[in-house]
Design a protein around this ligand. Sequence first.
Ligand SMILES: Cc1cc2nc3c(=O)[nH]c(=O)nc-3n(C[C@H](O)[C@H](O)[C@H](O)COP(=O)(O)OP(=O)(O)OC[C@H]3O[C@@H](n4cnc5c(N)ncnc54)[C@H](O)[C@@H]3O)c2cc1C
Length: 402
Amino acid sequence: MKVIIVGAGIAGPVLALLLQHKGFEPVIYEAATSIAPGGSVQLSPQTFKVLNIVGLAERAIATGQAQESLEFRSHPSGRTLMAVDIPAMIRKEAGWPMCHAMRSRYVEFLVGAVRERGMRVEFGKKVVRTEQDGEKVKVAFEDGTEDEGDLLVGCDGMNSDVRALVFSPGKTYYTGIILIGGISRRHPSSLPPSILQVFGDGAHFLSAPLSSTEVGFQCVFPEPRASADNWRTVPLTNTHGKAMLAALPQARWAGGPARIISEATSAFRHAACLMDPLQSWHKGRIVLVGDAARPAAPHLGQGSNQAAEDAYHLVRLLCQPGHLPLSSSELETALAEYTALRVPHAKEVVASSISEGRLRVLSGPEKCRKRDEALGRSLQEGRWREVVSRMKGPFEGDKSEI
Ligand SMILES: Cc1cc2nc3c(=O)[nH]c(=O)nc-3n(C[C@H](O)[C@H](O)[C@H](O)COP(=O)(O)OP(=O)(O)OC[C@H]3O[C@@H](n4cnc5c(N)ncnc54)[C@H](O)[C@@H]3O)c2cc1C
């Protein structure tokens, strides 16, 4: 059964690996001509559990840095609000670590693994039209070529063309929050591995080591009138890029942020957006996975992990009849179950991301004081149990159903 996957970001290759493992014939078409740089992504146990099904978890971990500790600080006091080994707890409870990896390195690894296993990944293939009847689905590309398959999966990210072509997407809203970040040099003094979050008045800084020589960072702040940007790479070879980083409030924060920002080797800009939730993630032989289906959750670092969970559940449900190819009604049942499972889950993740985003741009001395108190207490209040349980993955222990 041939599956056309649109998008070679993170969801597309993970899905292709699982589908091939279960006897499907996936092919991936990617609009970009090469893998774009971006910043770093957080990979949590869900991702490794899913990749372990196809024997790739250890290699995926090696693309980044496993984290062992987490520190929350307050700016400008520099006071430590909380310093705990949450990542180590996550590893203990979920069986897999929490990592940070350079996004492009992780995507290169995934695309490489797909190709190693004999699947086709074609770059420079932007899908511009889709068509389907009861039996087949067709795609047309910007370059005038076409292809046909039994199922089409839109893994084409937050500005999904598949979503726009097939579904009636509601409006996309800019949330008023900007993320600017990148990759910087890591100093030996910042060992051992640790995630640092600094909460200021109306702004937030996060950094996490990506390797022994690199650290990823992300600055969040409100900007009411911003132009739409979706993980746009900002070259640091010109004055505009350098000025963008120098203008960040966090560029003057002592105790790590200022140095990390000043030594950045690459940068991106992202305007955090939300969209009206889709009621259904499938129509006929077309279905959405990852950011194409839900607004990204950049404040939780869950975009890539939710995409891996989507891919797992979609393949699990497609395998339920126990044979291939699936009849039209079997396909409809699988896709309807997938929608029923993932739509409510996505709402919860998006709601958590929105409240985390608000916390990061909270402003006013009194509100910040209360926030700092609450963050200091958060471990005792068991907030971290929720975080750990959210990252446990799409199945208990090693009980994968595919
Ligand atoms: C360039 C880039 C940089 C990013 N940087 C970060 C980051 O620093 N931190 C972070 O947390 N998240 C980042 N993200 C988002 C993160 O990758 C996603 O939130 C998450 O991993 C879910 O992955 P996805 O595969 O659903 O979407 P994405 O990773 O966005 O991948 C979607 C893919 O579909 C392709 N595509 C789009 N339209 C078409 C079309 N019509 N035809 C064919 N292909 C199409 C895109 O080029 C892209 O490669 C970035 C995304 C991109 C595209």
